[in-house]
Structures are given as structure tokens and as C-alpha cells.
Design a protein around this ligand. Structure first.
Ligand code: IPM
Ligand code: MG
Length: 364
């Protein structure tokens, strides 16, 4: 029996719809297993810009710090796209990651059996399965290095800086090795050590940390090659670790090959004792917002990750994952995971609310 305080940031676009469904799923978990989840809602992103003039109000940061975990929907939308860089909705995400010290971003990419046909990969490749996790460094690198503009001999120049300390590389490497130990004991480190000095320090450091994990097989891939191997032999990967930028790019690729970005959860973690943040990998999808069309499963599965990683409730997390699996096996689909016409007969189209209700019902 536990009582857990969850800061909810619905955000923009489809964010409110998908976080709503997840709250109901967590309530159902509480009911079944005897826990209580208390939710507090906070503003961030475009909605916060409209209400307060800033993407990440200090009250939101304080509210997250005072919670056991954070559930985030999505931020951003076309109406805020013309704002200057430091006033954009995305600043809320970057600001939260940095304020809470969430340096490790876990992005599992799993090809769910019932959705195998949704993968854009050749069936001979997808049939071998996909079950990998990206460990993306989240508070360093080019996202947070110095940047600016200046006048050069040919006019205006702009620059961004990729910068990593040994400490930052070492701690993300340890997160990745620890995770690999709980899985199939294989870690792939992604870098561009043939060109970038920051990548050379990355590789040296990962190799040094590997001495503490003799039971984990380590290999290295250059990022360009990694992008090819992910579609050529995705089943060859277990855990991948990458810098902030490389992890951002490759985790979208990993998401896509599983068929729907609408299915993938993520966890952002800091030092023990600080609240983790859980969010779907997809964005705010403004084109379908408010129409009951969004797939809530990525956020619901993020809730499952929260149960497991922040609250240590592995049994409860497994129950949510099982409920999602059961709903998919029963043929229920939101638009993004509907298959082509020939299979459509076996599938039942549902909206965001109904999909969440089905998961709630499967949990009862
Ligand atoms: C992500 C997103 C963000 C990122 C954007 C919205 C700032 O793409 O979480 O992957 O680049 O980190
Ligand atoms: Mg991204």
C-alpha cells in the first residue's frame, strides 16, 4: 500500500487527452492493488505561454520537485512556432530536464506482436522482432552547450557547441550498463569518434566504465552506421547509449520501425531521490488535437514505466502492460495503428477515450 504524488503536465495539443486517459488507468491500478495516486496539474509549454507569458513557470518546477514523479503529455504547436528560441514551448521540456537533473532518457522500442504488420520494415526483418532500449544523455551536449551568432568574413555566422565532461559520459554509461545487465547484457555505444573530439572522449570513457561490467558485451558504432543497422538488423540490438543529439535522432528512427510512434513511452531519470519524468515519445500532434483521435497507449505505457522505475511497483507495471497487450490482441486500434485494408476487418476502430477505457476495463 502506497501513496504517491504525481505532478501532471498535460501541455499542448493531444497532451491533455492522453494524460487524462493515463490518470484513469493509474486510478484503476490504485483500486486493484490498494495504492493511492494523488494528481496535481501544472502548466508548461504553449498553454503556459498563453496563461503566464513563459513556457515554464517557476510554480511548475516547484510542483514537480515536490512530487514523487512527473507525467507529461506533450508541448508545442504552430501558434508558438514563431517565438524566439528561449520563449518557445520546447524550452519547458529542456528547462524541466535541466532543473530536475534528468540526465538519463530511456526510450524502449518494442515491436508489439499484434502490430507487427504496422512496421515499415520488410516483413523478413520485422519478423525477427524488435526489443531495444535507447539510453539517451539528456542534460548535456549540443542541447546545452554555448551557442550564438556573430559576424564573420562572409556575414552572419551561427554556432552550437557539443561539449561533454567525463563525469557526464561516465554516469550515462553506468545507467546503460546497469540496464543491459537487467536485459540481454549487450550494450552498443553510438558516437562519431572518427571525427568529433567529444566522441573520442565518449568512447574512451565508455570503454573505461566497461571494465566494471565484464558480463556485458560492449560494441561501438558510428552514428551514420548505427542509423543503417537499425533498419537492417534491429534484432541485433539490446541497449544503445548515445549523446543527447544522436539519441534524439536515432530514437525517432527506432520508434518508427516499430510501426507507431503512438505506442512508445519514455522515462527521464536523475539521481536517486529526484522525481523522474514520464512522457510519450510522440509530440503534441496539433492536427488531431481535441478530436478524440490520438493514441493514448504511449502515455499509458509511460505510466507503467513510472510505476516500475519511480515507485518500484513492478507487478503493477506488468499488469498495465498486460492490459495494453490484451486490448491490442482483441483488435482495438486507434487510427495510427490501423493496418491496411486486407486486415482491417479484424480490427475495431476506437478513439482516445474508448482506448483508455478498454485498458481500464482490462485492469479491473
Ligand atoms: C524529444 C523532442 C525534444 C528534443 C524537442 C521537442 C525539444 O524531440 O524529446 O525527443 O529534441 O529533445
Ligand atoms: Mg526528438
Amino acid at each position: 500500500m502506497g501513496k504517491y504524488k504525481i505532478a501532471v503536465i498535460p501541455g499542448d495539443g493531444i497532451g491533455p487527452e492522453v494524460t487524462n486517459g493515463t490518470r484513469r488507468v493509474l486510478d484503476a491500478v490504485g483500486k486493484r492493488f490498494g495504492h493511492s495516486f494523488v494528481f496535481d496539474e501544472w502548466l508548461a509549454g504553449g498553454i503556459a505561454i498563453d496563461a503566464t507569458g513563459e513556457p515554464l513557470p517557476p510554480a511548475t518546477v516547484a510542483g514537480c520537485r515536490g512530487s514523487d514523479a512527473v507525467l507529461l503529455g506533450a508541448v508545442g504547436g504552430p501558434q508558438w512556432d514563431t517565438l524566439p528560441g528561449d520563449k518557445r514551448p520546447e524550452r519547458a521540456l529542456l528547462g524541466l530536464r535541466s532543473a530536475l537533473g534528468l540526465y538519463a532518457n530511456l526510450r524502449p522500442a518494442i515491436l508489439h506482436g499484434p502490430l507487427a504488420a504496422a512496421s515499415p520494415l520488410h516483413p523478413a526483418i520485422s519478423a525477427r522482432g524488435i526489443d531495444l532500449v535507447f539510453v539517451r544523455e539528456l542534460t548535456g551536449g549540443i542541447y546545452f552547450g554555448s551557442r550564438g551568432r556573430r559576424q564573420g568574413p562572409h556575414g552572419t555566422e551561427a554556432y552550437d557547441t557539443e561539449l561533454y565532461s567525463t563525469m557526464e559520459i561516465e554516469r550515462i554509461a553506468r545507467t546503460a550498463f546497469d540496464l543491459a545487465r537487467q536485459r540481454r547484457r549487450h550494450l552498443t555505444s553510438v558516437d562519431k569518434a572518427n571525427v568529433l573530439e567529444s566522441s573520442r572522449l565518449w568512447r574512451e570513457t565508455v570503454i573505461r566504465v566497461a571494465a566494471d561490467y565484464p558480463d556485458v558485451a560492449l560494441d561501438h558504432l558510428y552514428v551514420d552506421n548505427a542509423s543503417m543497422q537499425l533498419i537492417r538488423r534491429p534484432d541485433a540490438f539490446d541497449v544503445l547509449v548515445a549523446s543527447n543529439l544522436f539519441g534524439d535522432i536515432l530514437s525517432d528512427e527506432a520508434a518508427m520501425i516499430t510501426g507507431s510512434i503512438g505506442m512508445l513511452p519514455s522515462a527521464s531519470l536523475g539521481e536517486p531521490g529526484t522525481p523522474g519524468m514520464y512522457e510519450p515519445v510522440h509530440g503534441s500532434a496539433p492536427d488531431i488535437a481535441g478530436q478524440d483521435l490520438a493514441n493514448p497507449l504511449a502515455t499509458i505505457l509511460s505510466g507503467a514505466l513510472m510505476l516500475k522505475l519511480s515507485f518500484g511497483l513492478a507487478k503493477e507495471a506488468a499488469a498495465v502492460e498486460k492490459a495494453v497487450q490484451a486490448v491490442l490482441e482483441a483488435g482495438y486500434r486507434t487510427g495510427d495503428i490501423m493496418e491496411q485494408a486486407e486486415h482491417a476487418a479484424r480490427q475495431k476502430a476506437v478513439g482516445t477515450q474508448a482506448m483508455s477505457d478498454l485498458v481500464v476495463a482490462a485492469l479491473a
